[in-house]
Write a protein that binds this ligand. Sequence first.
Ligand code: CP
Ligand code: NVA
Length: 327
Amino acid sequence: MGFSTLKGRNLLSLLDVNAAEIGELLDRAGDLKERAACGERVPVLAGRNIALIFLKPSCRTRVSFVVAATQSGAHPEFFGREDIRFGIKESVRDIAQVFGRVFDGVMFRGFEHTTIAEFAAHAGVPVWNGLCDTYHPTQVLADLLTLRENFGELHGLPVTYVGDGRNNVARTLAVAAVKLGLDLRVLAPEPLHPDPASIAELLAGAESSRAAITVTASPAEALAGSAAVYGDVWVSMGEEEQTDRRIELLRDLKVTPELMARTGRTDTVYLHCLPAFHDLETETARARPDLREVADEVFEGPRSRVFDQSENRMHTAKALMQLTIAG
Ligand code: CP
Ligand code: NVA
């Protein structure tokens, strides 16, 4: 394996990497996935130590980084909210310097993007954003790998995101669109549209001439010809007090077989970063049945790729850690 420009780098958002580097991450992840399927391990991080900081809860991000680190030969260590009391007992800056002296890389899930940026500025080792209020880049790497597995070429690929158009996943997909030339449509009611100035700024700096971002409340405009319909929860972590209002705004955009049919294609895939509220019984879904953003016929249906995405979190996390630590 040759020298990678990713060595020593952070991934705080996809804005930190260029299209070629995203391609390198996806190629490596695909290769590692094939090798893992044959039982092969690539222990290029033997003897290394990885810190996983979670100030918000997690299932997929935690398991994918733990297993990816272990299969790469590294030791992962988990830190929860109560272990790392930023700003209460110690400053972000001091903790970052301690972690940077001890660990070879740090995955950080938190709230404000400025906190993770401050942490990365003082850690001196690669820091990967495992979700913040603004971005979720390690998720979208897995999504891009899943899209590539299904459609091969990402250039010009029409993808429709449905839901809260201002959240971390929608924003990260918009960055991916301008890097790689996706034809991204954001389908959301007007109060949940992303800030037009931020979209214009992203498009002005687009790396690919195929990049397009359409923000619309019209299902017909957003869905026609789409290769993928991408859902997320209507209420992101930390926004729970907005639940009633979100249901009011989004209830007509629940992803049903009828909504999927509006793409006019039979090969459209359904994607979701998970966790999802669908028609299966969970405590939350039972308490608020109208908070379900997707019908089971779609979530469990033959065009759903949601568990491929989950698995791909692990392969992309492995590629990210290997390339940024070992090169
Ligand atoms: N998609 C995702 O990040 O899931 P978790 O919140 O469970 O990590
Ligand atoms: N937008 C969601 C993503 C969860 C993976 C959240 O922030 O809760």
